[in-house]
Design a protein around this ligand. Sequence first.
Ligand code: GLN
Length: 335
Amino acid sequence: MKMKKLTALLLASLMAVSMAACGDTPASGDGTGSSDASGSSSESSSDASGSSEESGSDASDSSEESGTGASDGSEESGTDAADGSEETSGSDGSSDASGQAEGFTTAVEGKLTMATNAAFPPYEYVEGGQVAGIDAEIADAIADKLGLELQIDDMEFDSITEALKGGKADIGLAGMTITPDRQEEVDFTVSYTTGVQVIIVTEDSDITSADDLLAEGANHTVGVQRNTTGDIYTTKDIEDAGLGTIDRYSKGAEAVQALKTGKVDCVVIDNEPAKAFVAEVEGLKILDTEYITEEYAAAMSKDNPALYEAVNNALMELIADGTVQSIIDKYITAE
Ligand code: GLN
């Protein structure tokens, strides 16, 4: 703790010096700079998602704002928030992630509001009327470090970015992949895990690999969850290339049902939810060949650099001390 504080102060003063020297504005919003501190690989994300850039056309219908609203409307005024956290250490917006954070504001005072789409097990799903899962637990640990109470708002996946941009939510945690197009809209924290896009088919399918979908003359109907990377990649690689049609569903499970009933020939979706969905539906399997590997991170507004720093630092600490891995291990057993 002491060390971290010292380092933070040192960094802050270094920044102040260099800013004074070059008379520049602080690069506080840039967000990506600190990624290597945790040893995690957020930097590699840009190539992981390399195939998706530009296609962003479908990102546009993302503004159904209304979403489904807060899952738990429990508005008890989080009084315990930020208690004892008033200790000041430099007012330059740099914050120590260990509860002494200051200088940031959140959507609701005293709370860390997480926007998610709780239909993505094991990262987020509804259990007993509550949103549970890896992302919910990570967010809870971050909120703890910042002296905030976690509140989770469940909404459509493609409403999350708008909720962040509009300041209605502080952090988007939804198994969300870092992509170049999304980076135009929001800042991503360091990556906390990798995801893999896989292909689900029926057991008797003649599709045996990703190559079959991309082969000359291919003409498959591919089910995806709307505006996810599965949608983005396949739209570009398959639909735009004249190799088939993409059917977009608002939930991954609906795409999987469409596969079961023969409306689509396969589903391209993230590996872990794929496993959960396939376990529930007879006669489906996941192909061994992966479509693409990608990096998951929390998305945040570009307009709240102080909160970004605090959250990103907290997440880096939680990665470094093994908390994130132990949360993931609770839900995903190594194969
Ligand atoms: N990882 C995918 C994406 O970011 C899917 C996320 C999700 O459906 N929650 O687009």
